[in-house]
Design a protein around this ligand. Structure first.
Ligand SMILES: *Cc1c(COP(=O)(O)O)cnc(C)c1O
Length: 503
């Protein structure tokens, strides 16, 4: 034990001092051109990382302590990485169309334009032009949503989870809320219908069973203290077989007969019937409104393909009540979101044009033939770039909608499979994610898959370039020696590091 701690002391004392590093010509240069304070921070980080490795025993020999020739480039790399655009664009080859981890839908050009104008200038957000007085920030999308959904009024908040919370809280605090056991779903992360109902202050009254709920079940649960019936579109799973749920129409008649509200969380928020493009039916917002739902909540970044937000539409007096709820202030949207939403919504006024105007609809409606041609172009680019280092094939497969929309209804696609003798599947997927821009793939049957449905046409050439770089990349080389993400090539320093590898 004593020897060990003595050795450690010796290793610590042979590390270069931070002061000395800061006087190194390359680091001094770096300080000239980059924020000095951040260069100092990164220098300390690199030294601390090496100290950690000494403490945990991965470095136990003077020879394995990184020298200046290694430490200095690492600091430079860390500084440049840290100052780069952190939310960098990526190529989605994973075939998940609304990939929450990759930011869900890419925005349409009209949304980008609106966003950019609002972002770079002052904008009319919450001011009336005629009176010059304060106005309602929700008014910009009001007319369009009225036209698109048939609802009297609307309100935009941070996301659909917030929309549900606000509506339940506004109408059911301290009162009973009736919901079917078949609709007590978990949407992902911390959003579970029973938990949200509890947080909203409503008293949840469950009716029916997991697979079947009848109108009479709802009716039997109504008491003097009932405030509303909640209907949830179970957007991320599907019950096949012996199954029954009550329609929006029947529920709204029942609710209104007893002076209750019908609130509907429709989730994915289809504004148009997807069957027109041969896709699976999803309940639409205009149908729910027409069938008598008093308030309908949905996501702005699912089938709308807009920015992250929650859209609430419904009767004017109910929307006004929600606007007065103090929670509304806490979850309202800023000018960036509202302008991007505005630029997205107007595309739905011409649904037939969506495949041309909206990247999400271009992606989901592209004929298999088009996807196939794109897959073949991707395969050819990879072969041209990487010669015979990879085995590349184009096969049939399926993309998925993601974000709990169109569950279990895959969309036909064509996939490029890539495998290599030199790298394991996980290693190849990793180097592709670490490339610039990162390429995200999925793994199936121990092969890296690039799904051509989620790749844009102008990204095909980039994929070729990524494979060209990967092939000549030091990182790939390091991986072949099984030393990925290590500081030293010798292999004594290995394992996990929270610092980026030298690339
Ligand atoms: C996705 C979803 C939510 C959550 O919406 P976010 O916009 O992701 O917060 C809530 N309810 C349903 C039915 C959903 O599908």
């Amino acid at each position: 034990m004593k020897d060990q701690s003595k050795n450690r002391q010796k290793l610590f004392s042979s590390l270069p001092a931070v002061d000395k590093l800061l006087r190194h010509p390359s680091i001094r240069d770096l300080c000239e051109n980059q924020p000095e304070r951040y260069v100092h921070h990164c220098t300390r980080m690199v030294i601390e990382e090496i100290r950690r490795r000494i403490t945990d025993g991965t470095i136990n020999d003077v020879d394995t302590i990184p020298g200046m020739d290694e430490i200095v480039p690492r600091i430079e790399h860390l500084v440049m990485e840290g100052l780069s655009n952190k939310l960098m664009r990526v190529i989605n080859g994973a075939g998940v169309i609304l990939h929450t981890g990759l930011g869900r839908a890419p925005l349409a050009p009209s949304a980008q334009a609106a966003l950019s104008e609002a972002a770079t200038r002052y904008c009319i957000l919450a001011t009336e032009r005629v009176s010059g007085k304060r106005g309602d920030r929700n008014r910009h999308t009001e007319e369009m949503l009225r036209e698109l959904t048939g609802a009297e009024a609307s309100l935009i908040v941070n996301n659909n989870s917030a929309a549900v919370l606000l509506s339940l809280n506004s109408f059911g605090e301290g009162r009973e809320a009736i919901v079917s056991r078949g609709e007590l779903v978990e949407i992902g992360g911390a959003f579970r219908v029973p938990d949200v109902m509890e947080r909203s202050g409503s008293i949840m009254v469950e009716v029916g069973t997991t697979n079947k709920t009848h109108l009479r079940d709802y009716e039997a649960a109504i008491t003097e203290n009932s405030a509303y019936i909640l209907k949830v579109h179970t957007s991320n799973y599907r019950i096949e077989g012996f199954h029954q749920e009550v329609s929006v129409k029947d529920l709204s008649e029942l609710a209104h007969k007893h002076n209750l509200l019908l609130l509907m969380d429709i989730g994915s928020g289809a504004l148009v019937d997807l069957q027109k493009w041969g896709l699976t039916y999803e309940p639409t917002v205009p149908e729910a409104v027409a069938d008598g739902a008093d308030v309908v909540t949905f996501s702005g970044d699912k089938l709308l393909g807009g920015p992250q937000c929650g859209v609430i539409v419904g009767k004017k007096e109910l929307i006004d009540k929600m606007k007065r709820n103090p929670l509304n202030r806490a979850i309202r949207c800023d000018k960036l979101i509202l302008s991007a939403l505005n630029g997205t919504l107007k595309l739905f006024l011409d649904p037939d044009g969506l495949p041309d105007t909206h990247p999400l609809y271009a992606m989901i409606t592209a004929p298999l033939d088009t996807v196939n041609r794109r897959a073949r172009r991707i395969a050819r680019r990879i072969k041209d770039a990487a010669g015979d280092r990879f085995e590349v094939k184009v096969i049939d497969g399926v993309a998925e909608m993601g974000s709990g929309a169109l569950p279990a209804r895959p969309i036909q696609s064509r996939l490029v499979t890539v495998s290599s003798e030199d790298l394991t599947t996980d290693q190849l997927a990793l180097v592709l994610r670490l490339s610039v821009p990162p390429l995200f793939t999925r793994i199936e049957d121990d092969k890296v898959i690039i799904d051509a449905r989620t790749v844009a046409d102008d990204e095909v050439r980039l994929i070729g370039e990524i494979f060209r770089t990967v092939t000549s990349d030091r990182l790939t080389e390091a991986m072949q020696n099984n030393q990925a993400l290590s500081l030293k090539k010798k292999g004594k320093v290995s394992g996990k590091s929270d610092l980026p590898a030298l690339g």
